[in-house]
Design a protein around this ligand. Structure first.
Ligand code: IPE
Ligand code: IPE
Ligand code: MG
Length: 249
C-alpha cells in the first residue's frame, strides 16, 4: 500500500515528558514545538502530502492561565519560525480552528503565514489552533444556514455530505488516511470527528517530544500492513468514500 496521503497527529505528552525530566511543563512544549518542525520535514521526505497537527484545542483554555499564556507566546514564536520554514521548504500552511479567540498579534502572524505560503507546492501543513471538532461543525452549520437564508443554497436537497464538507475548516483538504496519537492515551479529544470517519488509528506510548522520523516510519509501516475497508470493500476494489465523492464531483 502507498504512503498515506494525509496524516493527522494528536501531539500529546509534552507535559509528562518534561515532568519525567523534572522540568517545567513549558519546557516540554518548547521541545514539542521544535519537534513539529522535524516531523514536517520527515513527512515531506516520506512523500506524505498533507500533515495536520493538533496544537491547541478549544478545551485547552481550561488549563492553568499561566500555561495558556506561555503556550500562546510559544505559538507566536513558532508561527514566525514557520513562515521562514514554509519559504525554505516550499510548504503550504493553513490554519484550522477558530482564530478569533487568539490575540491580535498571533492572528496577524497566522494570516501572514497562510498568505505568504499559499502558492507553495510542497507539503500541505495544517495547524489546528483553538480547534475543536464540535465547534467546527457548529460553525459549518451556521454557514450553511446563512447560505440558505441568503439564497445561495436554494433547496434543502442541495445540502449534502460534499456541500457540508466544503463548509468545514478543512474544505479542499482530503480526509486523513492515518491518525497518530502520541503518549499513550487512546481518544480523539474532539479532533477532526467528521474527517476521521474512515481513518486508520495508530496509538503509541512515545511522548511527542521524543517522536522521531523513525516513529513516523513505523506508524506508516503499520498502516501499510492493514487492509483498509470502506463499508465492506477493500481499498483498491472500489474508490474510498471520499475518492468516490471527488470523482463524482
Ligand atoms: C500536548 O501535550 C500539547 C498540548 C495539548 C498543548 P500536553 O500538554 O497535553 O502534555 P500531557 O498530556 O499533559 O503530558
Ligand atoms: C489534545 O490533547 C489536544 C492537543 C493535542 C492540542 P490534550 O492533552 O489536551 O487532551 P486530553 O485532555 O488528554 O483529552
Ligand atoms: Mg495531554
Amino acid at each position: 500500500m502507498d504512503v498515506p496521503r494525509h496524516v493527522a497527529i494528536i501531539l500529546d505528552g509534552n507535559g509528562r515528558w518534561a515532568k519525567s525530566r523534572r522540568m517545567p511543563r513549558n519546557y516540554g512544549h518548547v521541545r514539542g514545538a521544535a519537534n513539529v518542525e522535524t516531523i514536517c520535514r520527515a513527512a515531506d521526505d516520506m512523500g506524505i502530502q498533507y500533515l495536520t497537527v493538533y496544537l491547541f484545542s478549544t478545551e485547552n483554555w481550561r488549563r492553568n492561565p499561566e500555561e495558556v499564556t506561555s503556550l500562546m507566546k510559544l505559538f507566536h514564536s513558532y508561527t514566525r519560525t514557520c513562515i521562514r520554514q514554509a519559504r525554505e521548504n516550499n510548504m503550504r500552511c493553513r490554519v484550522i480552528g477558530d482564530p478569533t479567540a487568539l490575540d491580535a498579534q498571533l492572528q496577524a502572524s497566522l494570516r501572514e503565514l497562510v498568505e505568504s505560503s499559499k502558492n507553495n507546492t510542497g507539503l500541505n501543513f495544517q495547524l489546528a489552533l483553538n480547534y475543536g471538532s464540535r465547534d467546527e461543525i457548529v460553525r459549518a452549520v451556521r454557514r450553511t444556514a446563512q447560505a440558505y437564508r441568503d439564497g445561495s443554497i436554494h433547496s434543502l436537497d442541495e445540502i449534502t455530505e460534499e456541500s457540508f464538507s466544503a463548509m468545514l475548516d478543512t474544505a479542499d483538504i482530503p480526509d486523513p488516511d492515518l491518525l497518530i496519537r502520541t503518549a499513550g492515551e487512546q481518544r480523539l479529544s474532539n479532533y477532526l470527528l467528521w474527517q476521521l470517519a474512515y481513518a486508520e488509528l495508530y496509538f503509541t506510548d512515545v511522548p511527542w517530544p521524543d517522536f522521531s522520523k523513525k516513529d513516523l516510519e513505523k506508524a506508516v509501516e503499520v498502516y501499510q500492513q492493514r487492509t483498509r475497508r470502506f463499508g465492506g470493500l477493500n481499498a483498491g476494489e472500489e474508490d474510498s468514500p471520499q475518492e468516490a465523492r471527488l470523482h463524482k464531483g
